[in-house]
Design a protein around this ligand. Structure first.
Ligand code: 1HE
Length: 268
C-alpha cells in the first residue's frame, strides 16, 4: 500500500519532506516565472498521485522567486504550434493534476506571492487553502492573449468569485489584490510578510489531524458539491460512518471525556 516518492525523478519541482509529514513542493522555474510547461504538469500528476499513499500529511505548494505562477507556458505553446486535439490533451493533463490535488485527500496549502495568473490561478484554486500577502495579485489574462482557460478555471475560479466576476476578469483583464481579493475568496488568509511561514504553520496544524479525517475533508466535500443534495446527504452519512468510528478517533473522544483535550475557545 505505501508508496515512496523518488525525489530524483523530479526536475521542475523541488520537493522537501519534513519530519512531521509536511512536504513543501516548489515550482522551480523562477526564470520563467514558474510558467507551467507540460513536463511540470506531468510532475504534479506524479507527485499528487503518489502523495496520498506515501504518508504525505499535508503539502505546501509554492513558487520560487517573486511570483507563484504565470500560468500556461506561452512560449512552449507558441513553439509547439499545437493542433486542437494536442491542446485538448494538454488540458486533460492539467485537469488530471488539479483533480488529484483537489480530490486526493491530502491538504494542499498554496503559498501565493506575486502573480497568480491564468493557469497559475487555476493551480492555486485547486489547493484547499490559499495564503496571500501584499505582493499577491490574481488575474485571468487569457482574454487579452487570445486564449481561453483550460485548467479548470470555469469550474473552480467561477466557484470562488462567481460566474459574472470571472467573465469580467477574462473580458477586461481585471486584477484583484489586497483585501478585495480576500473578500472574493481568492485566498482565505492574508499575511504581512512571508506567505511560506503562514502556509507552513497551517500545513503543520492540518497534519496533526487524523489522516482519514483529512482525507474526508479534502476529498468528500469536493465530491459532495458535485452531487444533488439528496445524494450528498447519503454520501455524507457513509463517509461519517467510516470516519467517525475509526479507532484513533476513540482516543481523541476519550481525551475529551476525561477533560484532557483542549476546549474550543474564542480567539483572544
Ligand atoms: C513566461 C511566462 C509564461 C513569464 N510562459 N514564459 N499568463 C500570462 O499571460 C502571464 C504572462 N506573464 C506575465 O505577465 C509576466 O511575466 C509576469 C507578470 C508573470 C512577471 O513579470 P516580470 O516582469 O517579472 O517577468 P517577465 O520579464 O515578463 O518574464 C521573465 C521571463 O519569464 C521571460 O523569459 P525570458 O527567457 O525572456 O527571460 C518570460 O518570457 C518568461 N515568462 N511568463 C512562458 N506564461 C491551460 S490554459 C491556461 C491559460 C493560461 O494560463 S494563459 C497564460 C496567462
Amino acid at each position: 500500500m505505501t508508496k515512496t516518492i523518488d525525489q530524483s525523478r523530479f526536475t521542475h519541482l523541488d520537493l522537501d519532506a519534513h519530519d512531521d509529514g509536511v512536504w513543501v513542493v516548489t515550482l522551480n522555474r523562477a526564470n520563467k516565472r514558474n510558467a507551467l510547461n507540460l513536463d511540470t504538469v506531468d510532475e504534479l500528476i506524479d507527485f499528487f498521485t503518489a502523495a496520498p499513499r506515501a504518508g504525505v500529511k499535508a503539502v505546501v505548494l509554492a513558487g520560487s522567486g517573486d511570483h507563484f505562477c504565470a500560468g500556461l507556458d506561452l512560449i512552449e505553446h507558441h513553439d509547439e504550434d499545437r493542433s486542437p486535439a494536442d491542446f485538448m490533451h494538454v488540458c486533460l493533463r492539467w485537469h488530471e493534476a488539479f483533480n488529484k490535488m483537489e480530490y486526493g485527500g491530502v491538504p494542499v496549502i498554496a503559498a501565493c506571492q506575486g502573480a497568480v495568473v491564468g493557469g497559475g490561478l487555476e493551480l492555486a484554486s485547486a489547493a484547499h487553502i490559499r495564503v496571500m500577502n501584499e505582493t499577491t495579485y490574481f488575474a485571468l489574462p487569457e482574454g487579452q492573449r487570445g486564449l481561453f482557460t483550460g485548467g479548470g478555471a470555469t469550474i473552480r475560479v467561477a466557484d470562488l468569485v462567481g460566474k459574472d466576476r470571472m467573465i469580467d476578469m477574462m473580458l477586461t483583464g481585471r486584477v484583484y489584490q489586497g483585501q478585495e481579493a480576500l473578500d472574493l475568496h481568492l485566498a482565505q488568509y492574508m499575511v504581512e510578510g512571508s506567505v511560506m511561514d503562514k502556509a507552513l504553520e497551517i500545513a503543520r496544524r492540518t497534519a496533526e489531524n487524523l489522516p482519514l479525517t483529512n482525507f474526508a475533508i479534502c476529498s468528500a466535500i469536493s465530491h459532495m458539491q458535485n452531487m444533488s443534495p439528496l445524494d450528498a446527504a447519503y454520501a455524507e452519512s457513509v463517509v461519517a460512518g467510516v470516519v467517525n468510528t475509526q479507532a484513533p478517533a476513540r482516543e481523541r473522544l476519550a481525551a475529551f471525556a476525561d477533560k484532557s483535550a483542549a476546549r474550543v475557545r474564542r480567539n483572544d
